[in-house]
Design a protein. Structure first.
Length: 392
């Protein structure tokens, strides 16, 4: 199986097994209008081990129907300038500079052949492997602290980094055009965007996302799902950091939009019997005043505040990363509390972090490691049910 828009003409009827997806209120639906749930796994390149067809087949055999790829490095894809001519096509055709050690076209082809969906997520920066292009952000701090990376995100979102914002839109335009005939793919616009100013989550972030989606739509022949992450506040909020901004967030006007978040323990040494601050929120059908609660209440609050805001917009909500290491105390209780809160708040789909082929990396939540897999997979199956495309 090869990509129809890249290597040879291919009728859509020849692409087996998967449906084009669209949003239907707070859920995701297939072409027949049936609600589906994507059960995903982040396939992470780790320290550059790469991805093989065997990796994709292994996670499929575990019951996952979606892979998420968040090692799409903007700095490697568009190294020359912000225009479409600034794209390094070899990243897609040969994998020359890719941490995946194989062309991105090949990864998508493998997913198509295995009847799996693919979340393509663009990494702007914030981690050592997600550096922006060398031409971008001149004069900005070169450090890797959260606040230093937040300055870059904020400049793109508030419109002062116009060249960089144009580059991101053009990168997505190129990606969308390359995979426009593939129903398997969906586009997650950024990975973990950061800010120190919560007001940017309003109209500024709305405008940025709408501009990127317009660039994607300008080349689409059929609409793919567009996944937008909630903006993250890296400033101290009652002792917490990387908290999703909800109260000031504004929905976008585009169709086929899914809002996303990530969920980790959020506090050091999470304890189900600990004492943690939470805002007022609705839990188990009842309003709960702001105050302190145990670890289960805290986890429910972090999830509910996100889900309830997104559902006010009548949009689907996906957690595209969630995990806790089995080497940490309380991990089983954390999974139960987290997954129960996800189900209570009508999660549309989810993606677990992670699978990395080198089992010595991402230790504690890397299910490529047989020991970790034998601990985590029963918890996922017990709480989420059968790991397949679920129809409601």
């Amino acid at each position: 199986m090869v990509l129809p828009s890249l290597l040879m003409p291919l009728a859509m009827s020849q692409i087996p097994g998967v449906s084009w997806l669209h949003t239907c209120g707070a859920y995701i639906c297939d072409e027949s209008g049936q609600q589906v749930s994507l059960t995903g796994i982040d396939i992470f390149s780790g320290q550059g081990e790469g991805i093989t067809l065997s990796d994709i087949q292994k996670v499929k055999a575990l019951g996952f129907n979606t892979i998420r790829l968040n090692d799409m490095h903007w700095g490697l894809i568009e190294p020359f300038n912000e225009t479409l001519k600034g794209i390094d096509e070899s990243w897609f055709t040969t994998g020359k500079t890719s941490f995946y050690k194989v062309s991105f076209d090949q990864i998508v082809n493998w997913a198509v052949g295995e009847n799996m969906y693919v979340i393509i997520c663009l990494g702007l920066g914030g981690q050592v492997y997600h550096k922006p292009p060398g031409w971008a952000f001149p004069g900005f701090p070169t450090g890797t602290t959260d606040k230093e990376w937040a300055q870059k995100y904020m400049a793109v979102i508030n419109g002062t980094a116009t060249r960089e914002a144009t580059g991101i839109a053009n990168t997505w335009k190129y990606i969308a055009n390359r995979y426009k005939d593939i129903p398997n793919v969906m586009f997650e616009l950024l990975n973990e965007p950061l800010t120190t100013k919560t007001a940017l989550a309003g109209n500024s972030y709305k405008t940025f996302n709408e501009n990127v989606i317009s660039a994607i739509e300008s080349v689409e022949t059929r609409s793919h799902l567009k996944l937008i992450p909630l903006l993250l506040n890296v400033m101290n909020y009652h002792g917490y950091y990387w908290v999703e901004i909800t109260n000031e967030a504004v929905d976008v006007s585009n169709s086929n939009v899914v809002w996303t978040s990530h969920h980790y323990s959020g506090v050091s040494n999470w304890d189900p019997n600990g004492n943690y601050w939470h805002d007022a929120f609705t839990w188990q059908g009842k309003p709960l005043n702001a105050g302190y609660g145990n670890g289960t209440v805290y986890s429910a609050w972090r999830i509910a505040r996100v889900a309830q805001q997104i559902h006010m917009w009548n949009k689907p909500w996906i957690v595209t990363e969630f995990s806790k290491k089995v080497t940490e105390t309380g991990w089983q209780n954390w999974y139960r509390a987290t997954i129960n809160a996800m189900k209570e708040n009508k999660i549309a789909s989810w993606s677990f972090f992670d699978y990395t082929s080198n089992t010595t990396h991402e230790v504690g939540w890397n299910i490529a490691d047989p020991t970790t897999q034998n601990q985590i997979m029963p918890v996922l199956r017990q709480n989420f049910g059968t790991l397949t495309v679920m129809r409601r």
